[in-house]
Write a protein that binds this ligand. Sequence first.
Ligand SMILES: [Zn+2]
Length: 330
Amino acid sequence: MAYNREIYEKAQQMIDARREKAEQNAEARARLFDSLEPEYGKLRQEMIQSVKEAIKSIDMNPEEAAAFLQQQKIRNLTAQQQIKALLQKHDLPEDYLEVKYACPVCHDTGIDGNRLCECHLEILKKLAYDEAGSKSPLKFCRFGDFRLDYYSDKVNPDYGCSPRQRMSEILDYCKSYAATFDTDSPSLLFFGETGLGKTHLSLSIAGEVINAGYSVIYNSAQNIFNELQKERFGKGDSDGRFEPMVLECDLLVIDDLGAEFSTQFTNAALYNIINTRINSGLPTVINTNLNMKEIEERYTRRIASRLIGEYAVLNFIGDDVRQIRSENNG
Ligand SMILES: [Zn+2]
């Protein structure tokens, strides 16, 4: 995936900061140990000295040099052994004085051999998703703020249960979906009228899944299509990252499908998103005010049939809770 320059620079800064922090922490531990154990300073000096002395061997004849180097090596190793013994004496771990890099592969340089280290790629990816998230006007919601008491507990004969009962089941399902999320999780389709909490639960899932360390793109259908369109037809300011992120992220959340201005482009883009992600086995959460018949009419039968065939469908029922909420507040 290609990233823009700011993201590369920011990633490099983060890696540099990580390395400096690890080195500073090691120095702080060394200072602490020095104050605890005066012998340590002498031994450290001894180690440094043995390395410095070794350089003298270049002026010696080969035999002399070999013996001298061996001598310095023993001197160095002896000092190391003595430091280890001191650490043991103070019940400190053997690696207490070593620099503890966050990445053992690249020692927080971001480079592994002649390519970017896996840790560097992870940071780039995370920054790109953070940036995509910052473009979303949607704010995360929490399951804890979901108010079941806004839903009627009167049995609705059409459904054979009360809205509150249904929503309580849906809430439990979404909570456990988020808590056990992995890239094998099913895709979800939330149906229901406006104001029944579909966005709230979609964004609660997105928030928890992001916290679990997965890459998530979440935005309204309108914004997702706008971004894709800009990327496809726009001039210059796009670096072509958005489409691969939409297609490859661990979880894609499309809010309010059907509210966008529908064109041939949005229909084709939607089919491509749904189809590609199903084929790669990646989960998507879509919520919509449309019913299946309207989806078929507005988009195409093949989109409707892929959704029905591959998505777990949750039907939200009840009265518009946003209205109830504002009446309660007013
Ligand atoms: Zn690394």
